[in-house]
Design a protein around this ligand. Structure first.
Ligand code: ZN
Length: 391
């Protein structure tokens, strides 16, 4: 099932994926989702915020659904598994339930959340944050991509209504429980020697934009003493982020930088850099950002507090998902990555995650991989979990 997706948004030069939200590649993936729903006779709904839902049975507030799924967009130059594995496994697990002759007592839903990665507009989990009301529609609509188009412009071009955006209680009430399967973004399961694990907590994490302003000038004729070069404090930021992260026991990354005017023979006038920082404790992450803030104008673009998944649900999943493998509960792993399941959990929807082993641990890269047998173990574990939950 991953095969028909393999070419969509693929950069032929690098093999990486470019699947920005609402890009032609994303629209093609959404068409694929609609086709998979139709092939199975599932009722397709697109909610007010562009998230897709395929329903087996009709959910209502009195009879909310057991929902699984993930996202289809990617980071720039991302891999094939982050997101799509969860959506493909959701459809495959539903097929397994039907093969088993399960007649679910609750509706079963497959979800695809919009713009999970935030590759285009800088804010991750836009679809689930709008759905749950933690992202205000006015702020979302004003987000701007590298071309200068706002989300409102982009939605209009895609034939959607920007005015519809916002907290959507009707859709949210249809979700009784949400389970997201995801490729692991680390090597925890390799260390455990297990194909499938369960998420414990999602570390608190955020993104900050640092703007260093200087004076653009000629690279040849401007004496060193006369320069106001913002690249220098930017370079100090990168090194200091690493040092402070080591000191505080967190992770910090400067993975995106924009230099203006961006000429090899010009001193820059402006350097904008994005810091991503995460860790087991909010206090340490905040301390890191405060320690780095000195020289630049800093703007917090997103912040997600720690998410602890529902403990009873987590343990139930570990028990059920581990059943097929050794009969021991699946291992419980913390994660430094944000997910839509975390946004739903924070909004009070009982939520949980399954992870599928990633042999190298590499993610957000074309090298991201999961073995076929482990993906199949993930589908079976997900089917077992759904069957258990919709009893
Ligand atoms: Zn993901």
């Amino acid at each position: 099932m991953l095969e028909p997706l393999a070419h969509i948004g693929r950069d032929p030069g690098t093999g990486g994926y470019l699947r920005d939200a609402w890009s032609p590649a994303d629209l093609e993936l959404r068409e694929w989702f609609a086709g998979e729903a139709a092939r199975r006779g599932l009722a397709l709904r697109e909610d007010r915020n562009g998230n897709l839902w395929a329903w087996w049975g009709d959910p209502s507030p009195a009879r909310p659904g057991v929902v699984t799924g993930s996202h289809l967009d990617s980071v720039r130059q991302g891999g094939a598994y982050d997101g799509p594995l969860g959506v493909v496994s959701a459809f495959a697990a539903l097929d397994v339930l039907r093969e088993r002759g399960v007649e679910p007592s609750a509706p079963v839903g497959v979800a695809c959340f919009t713009d999970e990665e935030g590759a285009r507009f800088g804010v991750p989990c836009v679809g689930s944050r709008l759905l749950t009301g933690v992202l205000a529609p006015e702020r979302a609509l004003g987000l701007t991509d590298d071309e200068g188009d706002t989300l409102a412009d982009v939605l209009r071009k895609a034939g959607r209504d920007p005015d519809a955006l916002g907290r959507d209680d009707e859709t949210l009430r249809a979700v009784g429980v949400f389970v997201e399967l995801h490729v692991e973004q680390g090597r925890g399961l390799v260390a455990e020697g297990r194909p499938v694990g369960v998420a414990g907590a999602i570390w608190p994490h955020g993104r900050w934009r640092f703007d260093f302003r200087g004076r653009a000038d000629h690279a040849g004729t401007t004496r060193l003493a006369d320069r106001d070069d913002p690249m220098l404090p930017f370079a100090r930021l990168v090194l200091a982020a690493r040092e402070e992260a080591e000191r505080l026991g967190v992770v910090a990354t400067v993975g995106k930088v924009r230099v203006s005017p961006g000429n090899a023979n010009a001193i820059p006038g402006l350097v904008s850099a994005w810091l991503d920082a995460r860790g087991p404790e909010e206090r340490a992450v905040r301390e890191l950002v405060a320690a780095l803030a000195g020289a630049a104008a800093v703007q917090e673009e997103s912040w997600t507090p720690e998410v602890r998944f529902d403990a009873a649900l987590r343990d139930r999943l570990a028990r059920v998902a581990g059943g097929q493998d050794r009969g021991e509960p699946a291992p419980i792993l913390p994660t430094g990555a944000g997910h839509d399941a975390g946004i739903l959990a924070a909004a009070g929807v009982p939520s949980a995650m399954l992870f599928v082993r990633n042999p190298t641990g590499v993610s957000h890269s074309p090298q991201e991989h999961a073995e076929r047998a482990d993906c199949e173990a993930g589908v079976v574990a997900l089917a077992d979990v759904l069957e258990d939950l919709c009893r």
